[in-house]
Design a protein around this ligand. Structure first.
Ligand SMILES: C[S@@+](CC[C@H](N)C(=O)[O-])C[C@H]1O[C@@H](n2cnc3c(N)ncnc32)[C@H](O)[C@@H]1O
Length: 208
């Protein structure tokens, strides 16, 4: 168990909202939802001690950028230390709601992916709506917003996204819903070329 993670949980239980980081299996499953060939700008809300950020940085292109929004100062210092040698990674010790401001400051037009580990369910409704709107506005046309949460309650609020795909992932303590929201549905109403291809393969094997 990460000692820093547990310490930060004891200091700010509602903000950190978990006593252990995401499992290796969850990290891999979430990263598998990102098309790293395409991704040039990825933002992450609530990286904590960086368990997802390290995997994303490991897989992402040399010319991609990863913006980490972490409210907690101790986690942010630790992230700065971990990624100090990687010019692709920018640690922002700010609320996730500062995303539009940070993009403008850096001359970035949009994000291809936004990943969130923040405890959305405990945000008040106005903050939740505001962050969803900012997230939607910041995504490129075929961009995706990926969340992993204990409950799937955000789905009922995220109606501005045209498409949502959820799975219940058991290999984490506690189990999590992983949901991918997309601004636009892809061809055939599917969310992603890979999903559309999988559906085509499934449909043709059904007929055999
Ligand atoms: C449940 S932890 C997840 C940590 C890590 N992503 C993981 O999977 O193990 C939630 C993290 O979100 C951060 N956080 C909570 N609200 C935030 C906000 N509005 N903006 C940025 N970070 C936030 C907390 O400080 C904490 O590090």
């Amino acid at each position: 168990m990460s000692a820093l993670f547990f310490k930060r949980f004891l200091q700010k239980p509602f903000q950190v909202a978990s006593i252990i980081p995401s499992s290796r299996a969850l990290v891999e499953r979430v990263s598998d939802k990102i098309d790293f060939e395409k991704a040039r700008v990825i933002a992450e809300y609530g990286p904590g001690e960086g368990v997802h950020s390290r995997e994303i940085a490991r897989r992402m292109r040399p010319d991609a950028q990863l913006l980490l929004f972490e409210l907690d100062a101790a986690f942010s210092r630790d992230l700065e230390r971990q990624f100090g040698d990687d010019p692709r990674v920018h640690v922002c010790n700010r609320d996730a709601a500062a995303l539009p401001d940070e993009l403008q400051r850096r001359g970035i037009l949009s994000c291809d992916y936004i990943l969130s580990g923040i405890p959305f369910s405990i945000l008040n409704i106005d903050k939740k709506r505001d962050l969803l709107q900012k997230t939607h506005n910041a995504l490129s046309e075929d961009g995706a917003f990926i969340i992993y949460q204990v409950t799937n309650e955000l789905k009922q609020h995220a109606t501005l996204f045209e498409h949502a795909d959820s799975e219940y992932f058991l290999q984490n303590i506690p189990p999590m819903f992983i949901t991918v929201f997309r601004r636009t549905a892809g061809r055939n109403g599917h969310s992603h070329p890979a999903a559309a291809l999988a559906q085509t393969v499934r449909s043709s094997s059904v007929g055999q």
